[in-house]
Design a protein around this ligand. Sequence first.
Ligand SMILES: [Ca+2]
Length: 447
Amino acid sequence: MKTSISKLLQTFIFYKLKPPAACKFLLLITLFFLINLSSSFAQTFPAGFSQVQVTNGLSNPTVLASAPDGRIFVAEQGGKLRIIKNSVLLPVPLVQLNVNASGERGLIGITLDPNFTTNKYIYLYYTVPTGTIHNRVSRFTVTGDVTLASSEKIILELDPLSGATNHNGGAMQFGKDGKLYIAVGENANRANAQNLDTYHGKILRINADGSVPAGNPFTTGSEQRKRIWSYGLRNPYTFNFQPGTGRLFVNDVGEVTWEEINDATASGLNFGWPESEGLNNNTAHQNPVYTYRHGAGDGFGCAITGGVFFNPATSNYPASYTGKYFYQDLCNNWINFIDVSSSPAVRASFATGLPGQSLSLSVGNDGNLYYLSRNNSALYKIIYTTNIAPVITGRSTWQLKSFSGAAGHLSRECLGHGSSPLSVAKKQRQHCRRDGCCLYHIQHNCG
Ligand SMILES: [Ca+2]
């Protein structure tokens, strides 16, 4: 954070303004512009939106989770669960697991217990490196900024993996029903997706202790079958429940043509893989809510790596974004959103030119979108600031070295110095740029 901000604040322009003839109070509007050093990404956002790097220094990040206490947990593929606390990446991981991190394996899933504030439970999805290599879901208990490995309680052992190291899934989240939903990839064996006697290629629904809950679609047969919620999936790397409605959207990474966003709210649905992909006429298969093609450019891609309903408890984003489903792609460095109130869902652009290999798009407790970039080993948040045109009403020789702030409060402030000995009576932010730096309206006593 400190590094990124200092980089952003290296350049400014200030205006010298002459005082009016008669003045009890001089209203000084100081305007400055920053050269956006991240412009090499040529990022674009809607007016008022900009991106802030929260931290870098993450090693192959795979997924993030926001805690109610404000901490952000980021899983590193190699087995460390890192903590970002007050925008600082703590050097000591919350927990470090011994994992197999070949290909797409490793520490690839995290979710917090709905009662995390009181029970401190987190659930991790990782690849067990010894014996028969397989993915496992375990619960750990957090104590402060530490999780003792000895607190591990194994919740569910998934089926053995083949030699293929890809298509592991990993997403987990509790539903409104208090059940734990788990996304499992088909382990690069497409037949797994339609085989109800393997966990591979499925969305699972289990009790928090791993047992089979009431209400699943298949009530008899193998242990795997009884835990299946939906099937016909290839690599559901991420999914998300809509707050309030409990609507469940699963982002399924496609093969060579289509990426899918599937509505898995209802039980027992077959999303078609490998018999179909994208929109199709097979009535046995559930068509995606939205599907986009592989290819170059905004709206096209290679692998859907994040998707989230934008329904935060509070946010300063414009209300028009509430209820939209934001999603991202691994290859073309964009974030789009769809309006799911219409059918078919309508796509809209949101951000382009983002850092490469972005994933785990999430809504933070502060009402901002967050995501990870593997290329930059970094965590980003997307902020919105009101866009009020500056009005220059006075002049002075005040010099601003730099100011920056986030919406609603002065989160970072690097005050410069004034060449005139004026005392600031009131400072009010007027406008924030997309790079996170703001213009302030400064009223000071000139008498
Ligand atoms: Ca499908």
